[in-house]
Design a protein around this ligand. Sequence first.
Ligand code: ATP
Ligand code: MG
Length: 407
Amino acid sequence: MSPPLPLTEKHRPKNFTEIKGQAIAIQEAITFFKTFPMKKALILNGPVGVGKTCIAIALAKEFNLELFELNASDLRNRSKLDEILKPATAQKSLFKKGKLILMDEADGITTSDRGGLPELVALIEKTKHPIIITANDIWQRKFNLLRRKCHLVTLKELKQETISEILNNILRKEGIAINPKTINIIIENSKGDMRAALNDLETVLSLGEEIFIEELSEREKQETIFNALKQVFQEQTNEKTISAYNNINLDLNEILLWIEENIPLEYQGQALAKAYDSLSKADLFKGRIYRQQYWRFLVYQNFFLSAGISAATKLKYKKFTQYKRPSRILKIWLSNQKNAKKKSITIKYAKLTHMSKKKANKESFLFPLIINQRAQDKLDLNEKEKEWLEDKREGMIESNELERFKN
Ligand SMILES: Nc1ncnc2c1ncn2[C@@H]1O[C@H](COP(=O)(O)OP(=O)(O)OP(=O)(O)O)[C@@H](O)[C@H]1O
Ligand SMILES: [Mg+2]
C-alpha cells in the first residue's frame, strides 16, 4: 500500500470554486488569459501558502491547457526551451492542447550568468504560450525588468474565517471531529498560511493534540531564542544587550550551546576569534559555578554570552540568518527539558527559594548536582522526582557533561 497523501496534496483545490478567499486574484488571472498576448506573462506574488500554485494548476485545468513546469536550470537548457517554444500545432501530442508554462517559486532566480533571469525575460518575449510566474517577493530589485513585462497580481494572507472554512470542509470530508479550541489554535498560528494550517492539522491527526501543543511551545521557544540571537549578533552592543536572554525560558547552558552552534554563521575573521574567546570565558565560569557552587558567577556567564559575544565586532548588519539548533548534547538536554518531573521540581524549588519560576528554570540544569538528600527533604520531593534527579545525574556522567565542567 502506498503511504497516505499529505493533506496539502489530498485536498489541493481542483478548480476555482475550491480555492477560497482569492476571488479577485482569480478574476485578474482570467482577464490575463482573455487578453493574452497583450501581456505574455502573469506574476502571482504573495506570501506562502495562500494558493498561488493552486491558482496556476486550476487555470490550466479550467482553460484545458497542458501545464509545463519550468525551473531555473531548465532556463539554460536550449533544447528544453525550444521544445516549450514550439507552437501548439507543431506538437506531437495527440490532443493538441495549448500549453501553460509555469515558473513556480521564482524568488531564487538570479541575474548572474548561471541564474536564468535574463533567459526568463527572453522567453517571455518569444513565447506563444502564456507564462505564469509565482513568487513571494517580486519587489526585489533584480526583478525590475521582469515586472515591467508582466501582468502583476498580488495575493494576500488568507483571513482567519477563510482558513477556518477550509479546515472545517476538510474535516467534514474526512469525517473527523477535533476539539474546536485546537482548531482555533491552528488558525491563529497559521498567520494566514493555509499550508501551515494543514500541516498542523496533520500533526494533530497523526500524533494527537497534546503533542501538537507541546510542539507549539517548542516552536515559540525557538522563536524567542532566534530573536535573542539576532539582537546579540546583529545589533550594536548597548546596555540592553545583557538582558537579551531575560525573556527566554531556557537555562544559560542551553543558550551557550545555541551561541556556540551559530557563531560561525554570523562572524568571520577577527570577530569570529573574539566571539569564541568570549564563549570560552562563559564556559570557564560555567565550570566554576559547578565546581565551587558560585552562583554569582551566573552573572558573568550571562555577560560573556550576551555583551561579550555581541562586542566581538562593531560592524553590525541585519541579514537573514537561518539559525541552527545546537546539535551537541542538546538532545539530552531537550528531552530532559520536556520532562514534567523537572517542571514540578522547578516549581517546588522556586517556592522554597522565593525566586520566580523563570529564574528557577534558568538554574534547573544544576538541580542534579545541588539538590542533595537534605534539599530533597526540604523540597518534599516525591519518589518519581527523586528518580528523575538520579537519572539525570547519571546521564550527565555518561555524556561526559561533568568532565566538561571540571576543566
Ligand atoms: N485559497 C486556498 N483555498 C483552499 N486551499 C488552499 C488555498 N491556499 C492554499 N491552500 C492549501 O494550501 C496548500 C498550499 O497552497 P499553494 O501551494 O497554492 O501555496 P503557495 O501560495 O503556492 O505557497 P508558496 O509560496 O509556498 O509556494 C494547497 O495544497 C492547498 O491545500
Ligand atoms: Mg507555491
